[in-house]
Ligand binder design. Sequence first.
Ligand code: ZN
Length: 356
Amino acid sequence: MAAQPSARFAYADVRYWSSGFLEQLASAGILQVGTAETVVCDGCGQGCEEIVTYVDTEPGGRPSAFVVCRGRDDIGRVSVPLAHLRTWTLRPEGLATWLARELHTRQEACPIVPQTLWRLGTTRFGNRYAHVFLLAGIDMLESSAVLQSLVQAQDGTSVLVLVPNEDLSAVATVEAVRYLGLATVLRADARGLSLDREALVHKLGKGRPRSTGKVIPFEAPGLNVWERLTIEFRDDETVVVMGGGRQEPLTFVEMGFGDGRSKHPRPDSLWRLLRQLACANGLLDWDRLGMVGVDQRLAPRRFSDLRKRLKAFFPGIAGEPIKPYSPKRGYETAFVARVSDEYLRRLLSQSDRAAR
Ligand SMILES: [Zn+2]
């Protein structure tokens, strides 16, 4: 859905979905039901795609449909059950309208970037307000520019963007904007489709920077080896953690790296070590350690502490986040440690200025 302006599902795509779910989406206006113009023929086993002929007016009979197989010349007409010819086309504007209603924003969903970004309105979550948007289209760059300007003009209200997929690798994300996958907040049950407000409040609450010292461990299905985890620094105090289909911006406080001795928490020395690892793409050899000011006699202890800290934050992952020290390579992370391009540019321009 993020890759194309309108996603269309055919029978083959949704045959194992529960039929009730499709009907709920259709009656909510999110999916539009239609009929296929072409279908893969069942007759020849060669997978030929043929144009469907609909027969609506057979006297005394029921409507029917068939294709003429061109894959083999001994097949001819192959009838196709009408149920196999239904299509469901995603209507992003239908999704936006439905979401705005479910969020009780008392505003109509309004397109900001055509076919891509909708403003759903402002709503209250617990004790705070958020401007909520739906991002579901192709013009990601323009959308990011719009969101950026909203954040810059912010009035203390947070900006929440609902996205179809929590894997944001295709999205130019904007700092200080919360992105939330729809799958984590949509519920479908016997009563119909609904929005899980509690999950929304919980997700929003977690984004509050430095709210509490409480650390919520990061877990995701399938995230059980360090190699599947990426920690990317966005600035001195914030990372984006990616793995197991989850992606979450987190501050050092949220990850348990706050210096507990001060009233206004500052990143502790282990956070700085993690940041230095990220700046060096996950590998610190002896020369680099000296350059970043790590006392070599203390290095084993500090890396051991960092291993413990990371294992506590990612309890679902077995093994060691930092590989055993190797005299040849130095200290190397098992996960991907890096800095964002923007942060790297900032760091480089800072060091340029310092050198001048
Ligand atoms: Zn055929």
